[in-house]
Design a protein around this ligand. Structure first.
Ligand code: CDV
Length: 313
């Protein structure tokens, strides 16, 4: 028996500052139509897929940046995407910035992905756990990566949802570099992890990593997939956006760790794979039979400690 989920990784090329949400949504719908032609059931879009990657600019008054955030989902700009996906019977995962005001008047800003089922119902909205970059303006940098100024981290963590006849998890960009992200979902039986990303080629704190961006991107998603017996769908917003060159290399990774589809460009591009969710059991029930082989009593440091503690001399 097999449970085939046909997935499309809908990579986006750059979204410049002056591109309207309406024009971006038309690009998303064009990719949705390609996906329909390929029999895709679930389309995954990148992180912050409705706007340019605005954390590359710093503003002293954060409310000046509020126009980059969505206040609800769907909304007037994204409703055409929701309507067309429902009409075609395709589910999707969409990354965007969310601003939310509580009843007590406090305002919260998150980097999120919303998963939508084929009937148009919202499965879940995941908030990014690992927020990279910096909190303050760093004017000496060629561009900012001020995500820690613009986004609060999730307090809910990594969930796994019964959707698309399988067990689906989500993570966002920097989350993919941390083995804990995959393992927390692995411990909930995840069969497919959906991950949008924006990764500038130039890593300002250590430029020696620039030429390794593609290697590291593949390394983390392939190992996370294999070590947890899960499919991973990684989807980029690539190309030169407002002068910043970003990695493409969107990919669909099997539970074996093998890449089964990979983008050829850094522009709008759909890649597709027929993913057998039952393939996960080949790894989850053998080498990575967690219940049989894991030693959680040996891993206490992973949850009790954040930074490194060196051994005593
Ligand atoms: N959007 C991201 O989370 N980007 C990060 C930074 C460090 C480049 C990433 O891990 O790709």
């Amino acid at each position: 028996m097999s449970r085939i989920l046909t997935v499309g990784a809908a990579q986006l090329g750059p979204i410049q500052r002056d591109h309207s949400r309406a024009s971006v949504v038309q690009r998303l719908i064009a990719l949705l139509h390609q996906a329909h032609d390929h029999g895709v059931q679930l389309v995954v879009f990148p992180e912050l897929a409705l706007t340019t990657f605005f954390p590359r600019w710093f503003v002293d008054d954060i409310s000046e940046a509020d126009h980059w955030y969505e206040t609800s989902m769907p909304n007037a700009d994204t409703q055409p995407l929701f309507d067309e996906a429902k009409r075609l019977g395709i589910g999707f995962c969409l990354g965007y910035a969310l601003i939310h005001t509580e009843a007590d008047g406090t305002t919260h800003r998150y980097n999120v992905q919303t998963l939508v089922e084929r009937d148009g119902s919202i499965v879940a909205t995941y908030r990014k756990v690992h927020i990279p970059g910096h909190e303050h303006n760093e004017p000496d940098r060629p561009f900012q990566h001020a995500e820690r100024y613009y986004f609060e981290p999730s307090t809910e963590g990594f969930g796994v949802w019964r959707a698309f006849d399988g067990l689906i998890g989500m993570m966002i960009c920097n989350d993919r570099r941390w083995p804990e992200s995959y393992r927390v979902m692995g411990l909930q039986g995840v069969e497919m992890i959906l991950c949008g990303y924006n990764t500038p080629i130039h890593y300002v704190p250590d430029p020696s990593q620039d030429i390794l961006q593609g290697f590291h991107n593949a390394l983390v998603m392939q190992s996370g997939a294999y070590q947890n017996g899960t499919w991973v769908v990684g989807v980029a917003k690539g190309g030169v956006e407002e002068g910043v060159d970003s990695l493409g290399q969107s990919m669909i990774v099997a539970p074996s760790g093998q890449i089964v589809a990979e983008a050829l460009t850094t522009d709008d591009e759909l890649i597709v794979a027929r993913c057998d969710l039952d393939w996960c059991a080949r790894y989850k029930d053998t080498l990575f039979d967690f219940d049989r082989y894991r030693r959680p009593e040996m891993y206490g440091r992973i949850t009790s400690q954040r930074g490194t503690v060196l051994p005593n001399d």
